[in-house]
Design a protein around this ligand. Structure first.
Ligand code: HDE
Length: 717
């Protein structure tokens, strides 16, 4: 019964009309699909619940409403217990050359072959809605839909881990996530529980060095490495096994932000990483990594200083070089975030013939956990039927039924062996093609113990630290000081310092100094003598491995009415040539009228486009524009942050007053004056080193604690 609050739709022609709240709706017609219920019944009115009278109660008879609300109420699935916040994309893996001498894996059999792939990047600790730039390890999970089944390399952007044995994982994650009595902090390890746990778990020390380095605040998911972490096996057709560590090397090189920038990015754009990857793919600048293999045999494993089954250790690239065997290219964003990124189920136990496990006790535990977690999260045993999880090669088995079974076998035989014969009998095992576990010989009593060599917790932590540049070491010190500064219990702070003393005395003293600890504690008792003879491994440093150019990066140019059109064009041309992007920031989002009278659209209003969004900045106002900008508080932040974050700064002459106003001393080597067209190319060339770190070195050194140790009672877990 049409009434004043119930619009009458027409199905003949598309037409607009008003709902009860005055909003405009388009009814169906022509090629516009008709709205239906899930059952396919066309819906006449999606604006008003069925009522007994215009002001009367709702009627239970309204099955459309009940279905709609029922479905909405059940939209959420449990978020991942770790790695809840993630971003995924499709692409392919391309094999460089056959690797048949090392592995029978089909994916490595033919040069140039492309295998479909899906990658998901994630933070570990934060909930699904947490910010992208949290200081955290990043997950780097890749599903390769090979012709012999799905192979998942479920790795991180750090090659080592906090713990050696999977039985400690729930403790580690409980300690790292928000504290249970208060539900915070979110997406942060800067709190008592985390540091309490890790300081009672000395095997975490190496990973802590990585976690406190800039690796945990990547500039882009595209600019970070990935690691399989554990030692795996590759097995060839003759059954010969080679140990392998997997590496993903980013084509655009590695780059991180600085902590102060990360903090501000989380406010300016909590989706910074996902937006960046989405934009790069949409722009055709496809994120790319090379797959690298560190291959070694039993003899090397025996001779290596550490146990290759210990996930808190790495094998320096200088010792076992990386062989690059293919590339992963991400060239397609998802159609639907939930269906693909949320429902994708990675599992370490998804390997293919030619890839096998080792006895790493962390890996073995993971092989149990990942199947189990999918059941909880995806709600039933048929999660592999979901398109994102289904293999893209033929598959045939007798598993049947269960919730939401979509791929149901046809025919009578649902067991084997059977005597139906031929196609009627269904699939049969194949000793020739099938996965064969490497027949490693095992011996020993049943026990709960770790190999002796696992007990060296500090030597590689030290090696990592001494492999960093001075700038990176400074960042590590600052990160420890920040995180421990959030720890309330002084004993926990001291305990961390006692471990750092085994890593590097100057590091420990500097962190202690920043925490106001007057006297250093005694060094933690080390189960094994710390090796000070391990040489620096330059491959472990971000800043020693700069990308070759500025491609894939973004310059933010602050412009106003009257900005020099010729210089702007020159800057854009130079950045285009480099494969980099120019984004314009102006007093308002309405755009500017440049010096030549042309109207130029801009990407950001100044208040919404802080300099933290960019890799370098150009401050190019006209003289009048500079006067206007000087009145805007956001200008000071734009300029001062770009300076403090060591960014390269191009500028017009008129920008001078803005530097003065922001208290920024212009003139160090990170500034480039843009006066002539050729200056733009010079600026872009300077940007190739990404940041002008000398600026940071000019800051006064941190205070240090006294090196006279104070006794400290150690609580050991
Ligand atoms: Fe995971 N981890 N993990 N992990 N992990 C999960 O599986 C687990 C570990 C990693 O984008 C869970 O599907 C245990 C190391 C990534 O969907 C869960 C242990 C590394 C992802 C799980 C570890 C990882 C996960 C939660 C200690 C680097 C996200 C949701 C033995 C090599 C994958 C899920 C994605 C996710 C268990 C340690 C990487 C609970 C028990 C070491 C990238 O199964």
């Amino acid at each position: 019964m049409p009434g004043p609050r119930q619009p009458k739709p027409s199905h003949d022609e598309p037409q607009n009309h008003r709902g009860a709240g005055g909003e405009i709706h388009q009814t169906s017609g022509g090629d516009v699909p008709v709205l239906t219920t899930q059952q396919g019944m066309p819906v006449a009115d999606d604006q008003n619940i069925l009522r007994a009278g215009v002001r009367g109660p709702a009627l239970i008879e309204d099955s459309h409403f009940r279905e709609k609300i029922f479905h909405f109420d059940h939209e959420r699935i449990p978020e991942r217990v770790v790695h809840a916040r993630g971003f995924g994309a499709h692409g392919f893996f391309e094999t460089y050359e056959p690797l048949t001498e090392i592995t029978r894996a089909d994916i490595f059999a033919r040069k140039g072959e492309r295998t479909p792939a899906f990658a998901r990047f994630s933070t570990v600790v934060g909930n699904k809605g947490s910010p992208d730039l949290a200081r955290d390890v990043r997950g780097f999970a890749v599903k390769l839909y090979t012709q012999e089944g799905n192979w998942d390399i479920v790795g991180n952007n750090i090659p080592v881990f906090f713990i050696q044995d999977a039985i400690k994982f729930p403790d580690l994650i409980h300690a790292a996530k928000d504290e249970p009595d208060r539900g915070f902090p979110q997406a942060a390890t800067a709190h008592d529980n985390f540091w309490d746990f890790v300081s009672l778990t000395p095997e975490s020390t190496h990973m802590l060095m990585w976690a406190m380095s800039d690796r945990t605040i990547p500039r882009s998911l595209r600019f970070m490495e990935g690691f399989g972490v554990h030692t795996f096996r590759l097995v060839n057709a003759e059954g010969r096994s080679t140990f392998v560590k997997f590496h993903w090397k980013p084509k655009r090189g590695m780059q991180s932000v600085v902590w102060n920038e990360a903090v501000k990015l989380n406010g300016a754009d909590a989706d910074f990483h996902r937006r960046d990857m989405w934009a790069a793919i949409q722009a055709g600048d496809y994120p790319e990594w090379e797959l690298g293999l560190q291959l070694f045999d039993e003899a090397f494993a025996e001779s290596f200083d550490f146990d290759v089954l210990d996930a808190t250790k790495l094998i320096p690239e200088e010792l076992v070089p990386i062989r690059r065997v293919g590339r992963l290219v991400l060239d397609r964003v998802v159609d639907n975030f939930f269906a693909e990124t949320e429902q994708v189920a990675f599992m370490t136990q998804n390997v293919v013939p030619g890839v096998d496990f080792t006895n790493d006790p962390l890996l073995q535990g993971r092989n149990f956990s990942y199947l189990d977690t999918q059941l909880k999260r995806l709600g039933g045993p048929n999660f592999v039927h979901l398109p994102i999880n289904a293999p893209k090669c033929p598959f045939a088995h007798f598993q049947q039924d269960g919730h939401m079974a979509f791929h149901n076998p046809k025919g009578r035989a649902n067991y084997e062996p059977n005597s139906w014969g031929g196609a009627l009998g269904g699939p049969r095992e194949s000793p020739r093609r099938g996965f064969v576990t490497h027949p490693a010989e095992e011996a020993g009593g049943k026990l709960r113990a770790r190999p002796e060599a696992f007990a060296d917790h500090y030597s590689q932590a030290r090696q990592f630290y001494i492999s960093q540049t001075k700038v990176e070491q400074g960042h590590i010190r600052d990160a420890f000081a920040f995180e421990l500064g959030k720890v309330e219990n002084p004993a926990v702070r001291l305990r961390v310092i006692s471990h750092l003393l085994n890593v590097d005395a100057a590091l420990a003293a500097a962190v202690a100094g920043k925490l106001g600890i007057a006297r250093l504690p005694a060094a933690a008792e080390a189960a094994r003598v710390v090796r000070t003879d391990l040489p620096p491994s330059p491959a472990l440093s971000l800043l020693s491995n700069l990308p070759p150019d500025f491609s894939g990066r973004t310059v933010g140019a602050l412009v106003t009415d009257g900005s020099d059109a010729v210089l702007l064009k020159a800057l854009r041309t130079a950045l285009d040539a480099e494969g980099a992007t120019l984004e314009l920031v102006a007093p308002t989002i309405a755009g500017i009228v440049a010096s030549d009278g042309s109207t130029i659209a801009v990407h950001h209003a100044l208040v919404a486009g802080p300099s933290v969004l960019f890799d370098a900045v150009a401050i190019l106002p006209s003289a009048e524009g500079a006067t206007l900008l000087a009145l805007m508080p956001a200008t000071r932040d734009f300029v001062a942050d770009a300076f403090a974050h060591c960014k390269f700064i191009a500028h017009s002459d008129a920008a001078g007053m803005l530097f003065d106003k922001a208290g920024v001393p212009i003139g160090d080597g990170g500034f480039v004056a843009l006066r002539a067209k050729t200056d733009a190319a010079a600026f872009v060339a300077r940007c190739r080193t990404m940041r002008f770190w000398e600026r940071e070195a000019a800051l006064p050194p941190p205070p240090k604690a006294s090196t006279h140790p104070a006794p400290l009672r150690q609580k050991r877990g």
